[in-house]
Design a protein around this ligand. Structure first.
Ligand code: XBP
Ligand code: MG
Length: 236
């Protein structure tokens, strides 16, 4: 059965974004008078939880001591996350976070070969569009038949919800698709949706467990090698 669709994760896969997220969280905390500083080592631990709002709650509830939650805790978290997202999208628009090696070429070649493309991510729609407007151009959305992101599903990765949402949008069976991910959370999410998953690692995820992945790559700089491994019907 030849592959009909590629479903892309965003953060860590399309671009090495997580340290930009981390810096943006820290700017939001400082602007709101909080002395919270997520260094790389702490952020590595916090990445266990997907979703920026969920990650802030995880930090408050599992890592902070002596912090009294404000009465409007949900609004407090949403506000912090909105400020963070404004800083992060500004970084993206300044071109500070380029697409990873091979990604732009894969998207263009696969789309030209008639393979359906989709996005399945935990991040927000504004982050997706800010990243891809810079990385692929204003018409970036034309490449994708479905854009599954953020809060549109009840449970974030590693739950399969976002991948099942994309499969439903594409009206394709999981066996007709492959997923490209970067993290153990992402691998478990795609696997739980029955999708064969390939991994490109990055500094935050390179030591994670990728048992069950169909292949693990440093990146897609050897695109012919990726085509051979996946059996994608593309230029070898
Ligand atoms: C990775 C995530 C996101 C980002 C932060 O998403 O878990 O939460 O870390 O972005 P992906 P937000 O599924 O693309 O790997 O603050 O917008 O959630
Ligand atoms: Mg990811």
């Amino acid at each position: 059965m030849s592959i009909k669709a590629i479903i892309f994760d965003v953060d860590g896969t399309l671009a090495d974004t997580e340290d930009g997220h981390r810096q943006s969280f820290n700017k939001a905390f400082a602007e709101n008078g909080l002395d919270w500083n997520w260094d790389v080592a702490l952020y590595d631990k916090l990445l266990k939880v997907t979703g920026g709002k969920e990650r802030i709650r995880y930090f408050v509830e599992d890592f902070l001591s002596g912090f009294t939650k404000p009465v409007d805790y949900d609004e407090f978290v949403k506000h912090l996350h909105a400020v963070k997202t404004a800083h992060y999208t500004a970084m993206l628009r300044d071109g500070l976070i380029p697409l990873r090696p091979g990604i732009k070429q894969l998207i263009r070649e696969a789309h030209a070969a008639g393979i359906t493309l989709a996005i399945a991510t935990t991040t927000t729609p504004e982050n997706v569009s800010a990243l891809l407007e810079v990385g692929l151009g204003k018409d970036w959305a034309d490449y994708f038949s479905a854009n599954g992101c953020g809060d549109i599903v009840p449970a974030k990765k590693p739950a399969p919800d976002i991948y099942n949402w994309v499969l439903n949008e594409l009206k394709l069976a999981s066996r007709d698709c492959i997923a490209l991910e970067d993290s153990n959370n992402g691998l478990r999410s795609a696997q739980a949706a029955g999708i064969k998953t390939y991994i490109t690692v990055n500094p935050y995820t390179c030591k994670q467990d990728f048992t069950g992945a169909a292949g693990v790559f440093d990146d897609l700089s050897d695109l012919p090698g990726f085509y051979r491994t996946t059996g994608l019907p593309l230029p070898k």
